[in-house]
Design a protein around this ligand. Structure first.
Ligand SMILES: [Zn+2]
Length: 238
């Protein structure tokens, strides 16, 4: 490990940090495991495997404390809460992104649609900053581990059924509350975010150059998840 020339920075609370660029050896390229990630609010990330990374509770608590302080116009207190929450969030995201970069060789993330913010009172900029930071961490950690990071448009990722590709899913603001749905076309039952993550993974694989092996992989990935969805689905009314 080698250290480069550093710099000093202060945070919102006036605390000083030293930033040191560190040269690390890149990991060996790893076996091709692909994951699609749907970013969210309370659930930071839903994976195409169906796994979810929940935001720790402290984040919601500090959200409320921050809102209270802001309403009371306690600027100094608001700044302190903000700085603390940001540090803890950063720490949490570092750990989560490191674990993902270790496990997956190809990480595909959706650009976050503004409709996700319709249900929160928090400033859009707060979430934007969090998501941007998380994506950046994923990106450089993936590269460090010999993997790839792709960001794709998440248009239609919630609406399209990841099993048959028909747009039979929830759409628009009115359907934001729908967390689980059944495809009217093929009958597959989906967790809203896992289905979106799966579509994101597919779009990512489509956009990556290099083709055939990746497409095979996308199909097997989609096959696997389809199996999961079918086996967890209640029996269809005849
Ligand atoms: Zn379907």
């Amino acid at each position: 490990m080698r250290f480069g020339a550093g710099s000093f920075n202060a945070d919102a609370k006036g605390r000083w940090y030293v930033n040191l660029p560190v040269e690390v050896t890149c990991a060996e390229p790893k076996p091709e495991r692909v994951v699609g990630i749907d970013l969210g609010l309370k659930t930071l990330a839903t994976l195409s495997t169906g796994n979810k990374i929940e935001m720790p509770r402290f984040y919601r608590e500090s959200e409320q404390a921050l809102a209270t302080a802001q309403r009371a116009r306690k600027t100094k207190r608001a700044r302190a809460i903000h700085a603390k929450a940001r540090n803890r969030r950063k720490d949490f995201m570092h750990k989560a992104s490191a674990a993902l970069a270790q496990e997956y060789g190809t990480i595909v993330v959706g650009d976050v649609s503004p409709s996700k913010l319709a249900k929160t009172r928090m400033a859009k900029s707060v979430y934007d900053a969090g998501w941007a930071g998380f994506k950046q961490m994923l990106s450089y950690k993936a590269v460090r581990h010999g993997g790839r990071f792709v960001e794709v448009s998440e248009v239609h990722s919630s609406q399209a059924c990841s099993s048959c590709f028909v747009r039979s899913g929830p759409r628009g603001l009115k359907d934001l509350g729908i967390r689980r749905w059944r495809c009217s076309d093929c009958g597959a039952v989906h967790d809203r975010d896992a289905n979106a993550a799966l579509n994101i993974a597919r779009v990512g694989l489509d956009t990556l150059a290099g083709g055939a092996p990746l497409l095979d992989q996308a199909e097997s990935l989609i096959g696997q998840i389809g199996e999961q969805a079918r086996s967890s689905a209640p029996s269809r009314p005849s």
